[in-house]
Design a protein around this ligand. Structure first.
Ligand code: FAD
Length: 298
């Protein structure tokens, strides 16, 4: 019986483990090794670690936990239940773990555009978050991928980082007259042709968008925003409440609607960035320890 099981060893899970380890709790982190930003070479916007390789960040985090006795297991959790004050967690190898408290830090995954050539460039020159990668794309020829009306807001926002922004609606024609006027007033170009493929360098830098008309348009970066989904269904299994954006509803200190179950990082409500995930992990770690203290007090 552990004090706490943490499912997910990204920035949220690892930072929670640090606070709990430092609070002398018995903690195990179960992690399947697929952090959301694994496609990227750089992790930007985290003071003192700005630009660090995300894999290096996780490796360093794991090393820092060693001295606090936190146990780390590389595995995928398949099932989690709660019964009479105990969380029971099964992994893909058939091992069963039990704890008094459970933290879900399992993250999200992004809905990606289905475009030939995208996979090699995703996280290198094709991004979804301007706060993470806008600076590196500054003053470049930026494409925004947004079928139907999905790209209007993001293409206007990208003007913050470059004067040269084109919205690609990929063969759809749903922009309203008001959208088109707004985009024109803000000098966002619009291309409605279907995209055939993306072309870029060996190291993943976008060079051209090839259209179904045969035209090749020079572009150096692409942004999109097509939504996300939970990386695991454990929140659903446990009966968590979700927001209409598909993230788990949490209270101020990352408590869910299930007693003893906390959720931190991208899987929970709030901004989706490494520094925020780590901060939520820290908050959850402290809150879990405080709950345990209360329960143990004689
Ligand atoms: C391409 C890209 C680039 C990004 N760049 C930046 C950036 O520059 N700066 C920034 O601040 N943010 C960036 N982000 C956002 C950032 O990745 C997330 O905000 C951050 O990773 C969230 O941390 P987390 O701990 O909540 O989840 P994650 O980092 O996604 O970690 C979740 C962990 O849970 C594990 N897991 C999931 N399900 C299970 C299961 N069933 N059993 C066991 N383990 C499980 C996963 O394997 C993973 O290791 C980027 C995102 C993407 C997609």
């Amino acid at each position: 019986m552990y004090d706490v099981i943490i499912i997910g060893g990204g920035p949220a899970g690892l930072n929670a483990a640090m606070l709990l380890g430092r609070s002398r709790r018995s903690v195990i982190v179960l992690d399947s090794g697929e952090p959301r930003n694994r496609w990227a070479n750089n992790m930007n916007g985290f003071l003192t670690s700005d630009g660090m390789n995300p894999r290096e960040f996780i490796k360093k985090g794991r090393e820092e936990l060693a001295k606090y006795g936190v146990k780390l297991v590389d595995t995928r959790v398949t099932c989690a239940t709660y019964s009479k004050g105990t969380f029971i967690v099964d992994d893909a190898d058939g091992t069963v773990y039990k704890s008094k408290k459970l933290l879900l830090a399992t993250g999200l995954k992004d809905n990606l555009p289905e475009l030939e050539g995208l996979e090699k460039m995703y996280g290198k020159s094709i991004h979804h978050c301007p706060y993470c990668d806008g600076w590196e794309s500054r003053d470049k020829a930026i494409a925004v991928y947004g079928p139907k009306r999905h790209g209007v807001g993001q293409s206007l926002a990208m003007k913050n980082w470059s004067p040269d922004v084109t919205l690609y609606t990929d063969g759809t024609d749903d922009l309203t007259r008001a959208d088109l006027e707004l985009l024109k007033r803000n000098e966002v170009k619009v291309c409605k042709d279907k995209i055939t493929r993306l072309e870029g360098t060996e190291d993943g830098m976008l060079q051209h968008i090839v259209l179904s008309t045969g035209e090749k348009r020079a572009q150096q970066a692409m942004f999109f925003s097509l939504g996300t989904k939970q990386q695991s269904d454990l929140g659903e299994q446990l009966g968590c409440e979700f927001t209409n954006k598909g993230v788990i509803r949490t209270k101020k200190l990352q408590q869910s609607n299930i007693p003893g179950l906390f959720v931190a990082g991208d899987a929970a409500r709030d901004m989706q960035m490494v520094v925020v995930a780590a901060a939520e992990g820290a908050k959850a770690g402290v809150a879990i320890n405080m709950e345990l203290q209360k329960e143990e007090r004689k």
